[in-house]
Design a protein around this ligand. Structure first.
Ligand SMILES: NC(=O)c1ccc[n+]([C@@H]2O[C@H](COP(=O)([O-])OP(=O)(O)OC[C@H]3O[C@@H](n4cnc5c(N)ncnc54)[C@H](O)[C@@H]3O)[C@@H](O)[C@H]2O)c1
Ligand SMILES: O=C(O)[C@H](O)[C@H](O)COP(=O)(O)O
Length: 402
């Protein structure tokens, strides 16, 4: 069985070389002729699987993406050719949720938010929305969900809540202190998400609200966003994703609080979990039993020694949470790297579009090593309360008292 892998899939060859005849292609080099006689194709989200790409695919039976998003696959066309397809649903949900947590903790530090008294509106309660809901539950932050397709599916089974959280409508989401977007990019159909955060929604936001987009840029009307951000008393906005990536509109940078190059899901765990998932799917297609596990590919980390200011308290103080969590992930570092890279991009006007696209792509490709909470042993003081230990455990840390 001939398996063609994109070289952006970490450990792809190590995982799959015993499963079939593996070949890799360099990122952005895939052309139709390379799919001749290929049985299985695995890639990531920057490769678009279009009818044109598939014109020479004479044997292709399975296409899979080591990512959560699937809007780069023309699924209707794959279906029409009888080619099965899949994705790594949920592979990087925790990474994105941790990205949002870092933003929330910075908002607390900057006095933009009173986190423990705030309400977070989660738009899209799938894998990422649920991972975020779990984090917020662990630290005791109120939140609500907007997800009509899921709400409808649950209603059909007589349920009104998802993991103990209630659903609200978009108008209620618009009133939340924080609005965090986690829907797929869908054009058309019953529940489209294309520009669902439209001009009216954006114009209704107040200066004390925080809007975070770490799903797909197309979900926000970016022209309206720029205009609102340039107006009086704009909301605080954090963007990980943009319309028309990688040729993004860098004019937004001057008005956005944190800006990152579509890396919210790029933890080591998020990426390698994606490889593990496509490996298991390919084993299934080939008819072989998988014998490799995520732990075979993840390095150990150094423990975090936390000197809590109030270890005996019944609730983890937000300052202690900030001090511990920002050892794991700090969005401000990625914001700084991003802004520096674009500053050295000579010009921001339309003529320099290629330069902007290259800068964006290179930042993503060369992203630093970032681990999730679950990668860390967390050493807490001996007198740490059970409640605080529990909170850290629920965040994924391996807690011990020293
Ligand atoms: N920035 C990143 O690095 C990054 C990482 C992972 C995922 N993503 C993006 O985030 C999206 C969500 O990821 P996920 O893993 O949670 O996907 P998912 O499929 O598990 O969940 C998506 C949820 O959105 C809901 N939804 C669909 N249409 C909706 C609508 N019109 N209104 C409200 N809710 C709607 C679905 O019912 C589902 O529950 C992905 O499709 C991807 O585009 C980005
Ligand atoms: O859809 C996803 O899983 C995420 O957007 C992911 O970060 C995409 O990563 P990429 O394939 O662009 O490296």
């Amino acid at each position: 069985m001939k398996i063609l892998l994109e070289d952006t899939i970490p450990f792809g060859t190590d995982y799959l070389n015993s499963v079939g005849d593996v070949e890799t292609y360099a990122w952005q080099s895939l052309v139709p002729e390379m799919l001749r006689d290929v049985d299985i194709l695995a890639l990531r989200s920057t490769t678009k699987v279009t009818p044109d790409l598939l014109t020479s695919a004479n044997k292709l039976k399975f296409v899979t993406t080591a990512t959560a998003g699937t809007n780069h696959l023309d699924k209707a066309h794959l279906d029409s050719m009888g080619i099965a397809h899949s994705s790594a649903a949920g592979c990087n949900a925790v990474a994105v949720a941790e990205y949002v947590l870092s933003v929330l903790l910075h908002a607390q530090k900057a006095q933009k938010l009173d986190l423990y008294n705030a309400t977070v509106g989660i738009v899209g309660a799938g894998n990422v929305g649920t991972a975020l809901s779990k984090i917020l539950t662990a630290i005791g932050v109120k939140h609500c969900l907007y997800d009509p397709p899921l709400q409808q599916a649950l209603a059909n089974t007589g349920k009104t809540e998802h993991n103990g959280q209630s659903f609200v409508d978009l108008a209620q989401i618009a009133k939340c202190d924080v609005i965090s977007l986690h829907v797929p990019f869908i054009k058309g159909g019953e529940y489209p998400t294309y520009q669902m955060i439209d001009e009216a929604f954006l114009e209704g936001l107040m200066s004390n609200q925080l809007l975070i987009n770490a799903c797909r840029g197309e979900v926000i009307d970016e022209v309206a966003l720029l205009s609102v951000l340039q107006g009086e008393k704009p909301p605080t906005v954090v963007l990980d994703v943009f319309d028309n990536e990688p040729g993004i509109n860098t004019a937004l940078f001057d008005y956005v609080w944190f800006v990152t190059p579509h890396i919210a899901g790029h933890s080591v765990e998020g990426k390698v979990r994606g490889t593990q998932m496509v490996y298991e799917q390919i084993c299934d297609v080939v008819g072989t039993a998988p014998d490799k596990a995520l732990s075979d590919f993840l390095d150990k980390t150094n423990p975090i020694n936390a000197a809590l200011t109030s270890p005996e308290a019944s609730r983890l103080s937000v300052d202690d949470l900030i001090a511990v969590f920002h050892n794991v992930y700090d969005v401000a570092i990625d914001d700084e790297i991003t802004r520096k890279a674009f500053l050295s991009t000579s010009n921001r006007d339309v003529k320099q579009k290629t330069d902007i696209a290259n800068t964006f792509s290179v930042l993503r490709k060369q992203y630093r090593v970032r681990r999730e909470c679950s990668a860390y042993a967390l050493h807490l003081p001996k007198n740490t309360s059970k409640q605080i230990q529990n909170t850290f455990t629920k965040l994924g840390f391996h807690v011990s008292l020293v």
